[in-house]
Design a protein around this ligand. Structure first.
Ligand SMILES: *[C@@H]1O[C@H](CO)[C@@H](O)[C@H](O)[C@H]1NC(C)=O
Ligand SMILES: *[C@@H]1O[C@H](CO)[C@@H](O)[C@H](O)[C@H]1NC(C)=O
Ligand SMILES: *[C@@H]1O[C@H](CO)[C@@H](O)[C@H](O)[C@H]1NC(C)=O
Length: 319
């Protein structure tokens, strides 16, 4: 009894030391100024007349990341777990974009889960790997953490809102990096674009022990009936989720309610992407060779112009 307890203690101590060493080693590592972000593709929108292949990435997500100093690798759906593990070890962060696929049965959700599990494991071992979820990506992260779908319908299909910042926002990793005047603008101006039918209500979040333990709520919004979470970050992992769309303000131009292009909205977009990229710079993953890196980058694909009235002005399409 005593002996096995001592053995367990020894293993735990060794593990803790190893983790601390990893953390210390990471602190001493220079930042990675050539970060590469994986952006997850998803099943094509039904009847997309511009589509070729079976999946797409909206170009605005790519521009959003490129504008903050990152390069992008498309993470395509319908790939093997081995292939995803290989990509995971080559990229410095993952972005789960918005869209409209099933977040429990789609290939998008399958790939998201594989990367989420890899990221949990990596971070636990001191290998800092950030994940960003926008809109559907936010919802996907909530489903992955709670292990069930707790979303509810809200009246938020096309509306720009100010964020109701929580007390936790001030000291959060994400918003701490914003200039004070910009945070103030976020709190009073209608500059966060909402284009979603589903939301994570504050009520369901509060009643779910897993979500509550995992995420800090940084902002909420209200559709007049339900209070839902609009921004959150994980307590112990570099995982971030926004229900609103920082990538649309500078890069999408469909003229509809909720779309804003004011200077403050554009600055919010930049500070958001810049924060995420600063997180990715703490990661040292890389491709086995520069040749392989070059083959994987999104420059090998050309975005398709879909017309001024499309929700996504340009998409990348993939097999
Ligand atoms: C992708 O995977 C899904 C589910 O496994 C399958 O139904 C579908 O046919 C696959 N699509 C392609 C183009 O391989
Ligand atoms: C809570 O989640 C359930 C699904 O588990 C959903 O049916 C319900 O509408 C949600 N309620 C609120 C208030 O979000
Ligand atoms: C912001 O949007 C809300 C909801 O649409 C609206 O009630 C409010 O008047 C708007 N505020 C400003 C300053 O435009």
């Amino acid at each position: 009894m005593c002996r096995s307890a001592a053995a367990v203690l020894a293993v735990l101590t060794a593990l803790l030391c190893a983790m601390q060493q990893c953390a210390a080693a990471r602190r001493n590592q220079p930042l990675n100024y050539r970060p590469i972000i994986g952006v997850l593709a998803q099943e094509n929108i039904p009847d997309d007349q511009y589509a070729h292949g079976f999946s797409y990435i909206a170009a605005s997500y790519v521009k959003f990341l490129e504008g903050a100093g990152a390069r992008v690798v498309p993470v395509r759906i319908n790939r093997t777990e081995e292939e995803y593990a290989h990509i995971f070890n080559a990229i410095n962060g993952l972005l789960l974009p918005g869209g409209d696929v099933n977040i429990q049965t789609s290939q998008y959700s399958r790939a998201a889960k594989i990367f989420y599990d890899l990221a949990l494991k990596a971070n636990d071992a001191g290998d800092y790997f950030p994940i960003w979820g926008t809109c559907q990506g936010f919802q996907q992260l909530s489903v992955l953490t709670a292990n069930k779908n707790l979303l509810t319908i809200t009246d938020t299909k096309a509306v720009a809102l100010p964020l109701t910042l929580t007390p936790a926002a001030q000291s959060s990793r994400l918003f701490r990096s914003f200039p004070k005047d910009l945070l103030q603008s976020l709190a009073v101006e209608n500059i966060t674009g909402n284009f979603h039918k589903w939301s994570l209500s504050l009520q369901n979040y509060s009643r779910n022990a897993k979500l509550k333990r995992f995420y800090k709520v940084l902002s909420t919004n209200n559709d007049g009936k339900k209070e839902f979470i609009s921004t959150m970050e994980a307590q112990r992992y570099p995982f971030y989720a926004v229900q609103w769309h920082p990538e649309k303000t500078p890069f999408e131009w469909v003229d509809k309610p909720g779309m804003t292009h004011s200077p403050t909205a554009i600055r919010v977009s930049f500070y958001t992407s810049s924060f995420f990229i600063s997180e990715a710079m703490k990661n040292q993953h890389h491709f086995p060779s520069l040749v392989e890196e070059e083959r994987a980058l999104i420059y090998n694909f050309s975005p398709v112009f879909r017309g001024m009235n499309s929700i996504f002005i340009q998409n990348y399409y993939f097999d």
